[in-house]
Design a protein around this ligand. Structure first.
Ligand SMILES: Cc1cc2nc3c(=O)[nH]c(=O)nc-3n(C[C@H](O)[C@H](O)[C@H](O)COP(=O)(O)O)c2cc1C
Length: 179
């Protein structure tokens, strides 16, 4: 089984901590191949809507590191998306990747177990988490993904979530559930 973690935060903060804890859980699953990608570190331009991919077998003409990540995504059985809340939505880094996935063709992206972890500065009563979950659930329904879990954490300072051992332990347990 192949697991891919996609981190949409540009800093090594709360999303990074959450995904690291989930990765720790994933590592306990025998035979699991894991890759953890920080999207900010990759050269990935936004989709140009040229639609060339629609007539060339699903190859994005941009040809940057985004293409390699799309291939890894295509190969993965399990995908964990992590994003900070930016203006009530997902980060630009993650959105660029989601748009670029389009090149593969909607019918070729299904059959995955996915999870979503969101970290935002505001409290969990803020509608922003529900907005992000609704977007993600809509994509999952459209592409035929099974959502294993979706989880939001309220944390603002860079090291806030990493300092909460209870929440980190909860995330590690969630990682173990991703079979
Ligand atoms: C550009 C930008 C926009 C943000 N927008 C929101 C927001 O709409 N709601 C919120 O609760 N926090 C917002 N924040 C705060 C981050 O969500 C918060 O600090 C989070 O912990 C960042 O996650 P990270 O440490 O993984 O980068 C914003 C931060 C930045 C830099």
């Amino acid at each position: 089984m192949k697991a891919l973690l996609l981190n949409g935060s540009p800093r090594k903060g709360n999303t990074y901590a959450a995904l690291s804890a989930i990765e720790e859980g994933l590592r306990t699953i025998e035979g699991m191949e894991i890759e953890n990608i920080i999207l900010q570190e990759k050269k990935m331009a936004p989709c140009m809507a040229c639609d060339v991919c629609r007539g060339n077998g699903g190859n994005c003409v941009i040809g940057d590191e985004g293409n390699e990540i799309i291939e890894k995504f295509y190969e993965a059985d399990i995908v964990v998306f992590g994003t900070p809340v930016y203006w009530w939505g997902i980060s630009a880094q993650l959105k660029i990747f989601v748009d670029r996935m389009y090149s593969k063709g909607e019918g070729n992206l299904g059959n995955k177990n996915v999870a979503l972890v969101v970290t935002g500065g505001d409290g969990l009563e803020n509608i922003q988490y529900e907005l992000i979950f609704k977007q993600f659930r809509s994509i999952a329904r459209y592409l035929d993904w099974k959502i294993v879990f979706e989880k939001a954490f309220s944390a603002y300072a860079t090291d806030e979530l990493a300092g909460d051992s209870e929440k980190m332990a909860e995330l590690t347990e969630l990682g173990k559930s991703l079979k």
